[in-house]
Design a binder for this molecule. Structure first.
Ligand code: HEM
Length: 515
């Protein structure tokens, strides 16, 4: 009986909110249910709804959840606030214990830790990406995957006139490349047979649970986890899929090092072989790591470190490639300009008698001159930033430049998707796809400050893979554009609501060989 009364009251509330809520377009904070009605009403178009909220609220808005939850989010896209939190007062802001708990499947990796542990990961990541052999490893691995995986698949679907999900192809491509770079292991998910590769479904689905844990009250999702039911059960299964894959790679690598001997591995790294992977570096430094951070379980620590890099780099670049080809299909003018630039600067693969080595040499010489292509990638990421939002928690209460008081119970959310579409930041043509906005006079790249163009975040916690992204996207773009024509089947793709900006539907295309 009591339940019936509560449910009737809640339904009446939602009903009242729907019909009598504020008409200025901003969510009303109702007693008991907070802003839940507005969020539920707009759940199917949450990304666009957030743009409207940011426009109407002068770029900052506090979202209040129902009273019985601890949802307290301050959404902002104000460049002054972003600069304040990510750079000027960086020491007072971290990922926070709440995010660490929500993203617990990531463990203690770089993405959701603070202070000493984060600093350790940051140093490891920087020494890896600054390693003299890293650039060569990145370019070679990407090229080899294009040659052995991407080209055969595209040729195959061209020949047989088959439709494919291009996003699935790019995900496989990036998982294979990241796995080789991070762990020296090729899972070979990108072959003509498109074999079952469980990570392809497990990872995006894990991200979705991360989102729902922000909305569902902590006590409820923890109870579900304890009962092992619903989304929490699914999360457990998906985390196990990722864990099994990473732990297998760790075991394999340890065995290899044991057989070869640590001395020969370190010699490989420093001298002869061009391959150096992150896992080898971490295992060889294991004793040092254990001492400096008092790590209890080294395999778990290796798992957390690798999983974070693997996820940070794989999904982000593959969704960016999908949005890149989607926007080109809608903007033939831009595609034509990229083609012209490639044809003047790069020697096409077919004119190099399909010699990948020659193409590789040519690419290394000219990639910095591909200005229009570079600007197009920037513009794609402005409209579809792979990381849709980031979260920051104050250590001590603080006042933001916008005048808002923030405290450690709040999560400050930078909505990067909305930020790229603000008239107040990008002007009246903010919804137009115009790579030219990233090109200055004299045909040089116009670098926007990270607090305005926050796609890669800014300050000490900015993205470590930014250079990698441009190199990898340019390689794929150059090969695909010079050799194929992509025909997109559906012309109104929208993003899903997740940390990573996936397309809601499959990205079905037909591929034709260029004449
Ligand atoms: C289009 C592709 C990419 C985009 C848009 C992107 C964007 C971002 C953003 C916004 C952050 C800040 C996240 C936060 O504070 O919660 C970040 C962090 C990070 N990114 Fe990327 N990223 C991309 C690709 C990559 C790649 C290829 C790697 C290579 C491994 C990478 C490695 C990282 C790492 C390690 C961090 C954490 C940095 C830290 O907390 O100190 N990212 N990225």
């Amino acid at each position: 009986m009591v339940y019936m009364v509560i449910i009737t009251l809640l339904i009446s509330f939602v009903f009242c909110c729907y019909f009598f809520g504020k008409k200025n377009g901003l969510p009303t904070n109702w007693p008991l249910v907070g802003m839940l009605p507005a969020l539920l009403k707009n759940a199917h178009r949450i990304n666009d709804f957030m743009i409207e909220v940011m426009e109407k609220s002068d770029m900052i808005f506090q979202i209040k959840g129902p009273w019985f939850t601890n949802m307290n989010l301050l959404l902002t896209v104000d460049p002054a606030n972003i600069y304040h939190v990510s750079s000027k007062k960086f020491g007072n802001y971290g990922k926070g214990a709440k995010l660490n708990e929500i993203l617990e499947p990531l463990g203690d990796g770089i993405l959701n830790t603070d202070s000493n542990i984060w600093l350790f990961h940051r140093n490891v990541a920087q020494s890896f990406t600054n390693h003299p052999k890293f650039h060569q490893l990145l370019v070679n691995t990407t090229f080899q995957k294009v040659e052995s995986g991407l080209i055969p698949i595209l040729d195959h679907v061209c020949k047989d006139g088959i439709e494919i999900d291009l996003h699935d192809v790019f995900s496989r491509f990036m998982y294979d490349v990241m796995s080789i770079i991070m762990m020296d292991h090729d899972p070979s998910s990108l072959t003509v047979e498109l074999p079952n590769f469980p990570l392809l479904k497990a990872v995006p689905s894990m991200e979705k649970v991360g989102i729902s844990r922000h909305v569902v009250p902590t006590c409820i999702w923890k109870f579900q986890r304890w009962l092992n039911v619903g989304e929490e059960k699914r999360l457990k299964q998906e985390t196990k899929i990722v864990d099994d894959f990473i732990y297998e790679c760790i075991d394999r690598k340890k065995e290899k090092i044991l057989i070869q001997g640590a001395s020969s591995s370190s010699k490989d790294i420093d001298n002869e072989v061009s391959h150096v992977d992150l896992l080898t570096l971490l295992i060889l430094d294991e004793n040092k790591n254990t001492k400096s951070l008092v790590i209890q379980n080294n395999d778990k620590f290796l798992r957390d470190t690798i999983t974070n890099f693997f996820l940070a780099g794989g999904e982000t670049t593959s969704v960016a490639l999908g949005w890149f080809f989607y926007l080109l299909s809608k903007n033939p003018r831009v595609l034509q300009k990229i083609k012209e630039e490639l044809n003047t600067i790069m020697i096409p693969l077919k004119d190099q008698k399909n010699n990948i080595d020659r193409f590789l040499r040519n690419f290394k010489e000219v990639s910095n001159k591909l200005i229009y292509l570079h600007a197009t990638i920037c513009e794609v990421l402005r409209l579809y930033p792979s990381v849709a939002f980031t979260s920051h928690t104050p250590v001590e209460p603080d006042i933001l430049p916008s005048g808002h008081l923030v405290n450690p119970n709040m999560q400050i959310i930078f909505n990067l998707y909305a930020m790229g579409r603000m008239k107040s930041i990008w002007g009246d043509d903010c919804n137009e796809f115009k790579p030219e906005r990233f090109i200055s006079e004299g045909n040089v790249i116009k670098h926007e400050p990270s607090y305005k163009y926050s796609v890669f975040s800014g300050g000490p916690r900015s993205c470590i893979g930014k250079q990698m992204v441009f190199i990898q996207m340019k390689i794929v773009a150059a090969i695909v554009i010079q050799n194929y024509h992509i025909q997109v089947k559906q012309h109104d793709h929208v993003p899903d609501s997740s940390f990573i900006l996936h397309m809601k539907d499959e990205f079905k295309v037909k591929v034709f060989r260029s004449q």
